[in-house]
Design a binder for this molecule. Structure first.
Ligand SMILES: Nc1ncnc2c1ncn2[C@@H]1O[C@H](COP(=O)(O)OP(=O)(O)OP(=O)(O)O)[C@@H](O)[C@H]1O
Length: 261
């Protein structure tokens, strides 16, 4: 089976700084793929390249075998890649449903003029987005917050709303940048279960995460970056037993020891 997302020799330089240096990896359909590494290792830069926010200095990104690294982020989204960001980017003064509806805009035909004049296209699109929005909100278990202002929700719930909005794109692959950052242990546990449900529903997921328990329990394959370079790509067991990972990133014995359950 071919890879869903593949990186070939990706480099990203900011002036003299080599943020990502010659990183190749692949994500299979059905993977929950973790990207880990110390602060500044190049994880977010790599995500930004995969999702078209940055153009790589060198190398190629392929989605279903097609080169996408020359495309704009909206074009990549249209081809089935959705993402969330490290800092929550919801519209705080809009309801959960309104936030999720925004995710559908690439599937609708409404132009500004249609919304101003309330044309037939606008009404049809509005019915479609409301219905689909409610379905997704129900699917992610947020029905009771449908009409709540996003800014009034607990942090963990806001993260779920962001993921719901990304799902509105009907993506083949979902990129999550530190989804558990700032969550309490219960919220993190719920997020882990949520990701398992999404994966069982058929979504392929790539996730940057610092929480090692989260990564080791949720991901079937993991990429480890250090100073912009790949030092390991493999199963959680491969990563735990990799000498370079232990020495360069975790310090000997931490991964294999009690810290990771
Ligand atoms: N737009 C930019 N311009 C200049 N340098 C940048 C830019 N974006 C990232 N960098 C630098 O590239 C390196 C990698 O940063 P990046 O944010 O990708 O790391 P990270 O692994 O995601 O870190 P963290 O875990 O702290 O989020 C860092 O040295 C960072 O300062």
């Amino acid at each position: 089976m071919g890879s869903l997302l593949e990186a070939k020799g990706i480099c990203k330089y900011f002036g003299g700084l080599k943020a990502v240096e010659d990183v190749s990896m692949h994500i299979n359909k059905g993977d929950v793929f973790g990207i880990i590494g110390p602060n500044g290792a190049g994880k977010t830069t790599f995500f930004n390249i995969c999702s078209g926010i940055y153009t790589p200095t060198k190398g190629e990104i392929l989605l279903n075998g097609d080169k996408i690294s020359h495309l704009k982020s909206e074009q990549i989204a249209q081809r089935g890649m959705a993402r969330t960001f490290q800092n929550i980017q919801l519209f705080k003064y809009m309801t959960v449903l309104e936030n999720v509806k925004i995710g559908f805009h690439i599937h609708t035909k409404t132009k500004l003029w249609d919304s101003v004049l309330h044309t037939k296209t606008f009404k049809e699109d509005e019915e479609f987005t409301v219905q689909k929005g409610l379905e997704i909100i129900d699917k992610v278990g947020l029905s009771k917050y449908t009409d709540t202002m996003a800014g009034n929700l607990a942090y963990g719930i806001q993260r779920k709303v962001e993921i719901a909005r990304a799902l509105a794109l009907d993506p083949q692959i979902l990129l999550l940048d530190e989804p558990a950052a700032g969550m309490n242990p219960q919220e993190t546990q719920e997020l882990m279960e949520f990701i398992k449900i999404l994966n069982a529903d058929g979504y392929t997921i790539a996730v940057i995460e610092h929480d090692m328990k989260f990564v080791m329990n949720s991901c079937n394959r993991i990429l480890v970056l250090n100073f912009g370079q790949k030092i390991c790509e493999g199963t959680p067991d491969d990563v735990k037993s990799n000498q370079q990972v232990q020495e360069a990133y975790f310090g000997k014995g931490i991964i294999a020891g009690e810290a990771v359950k």
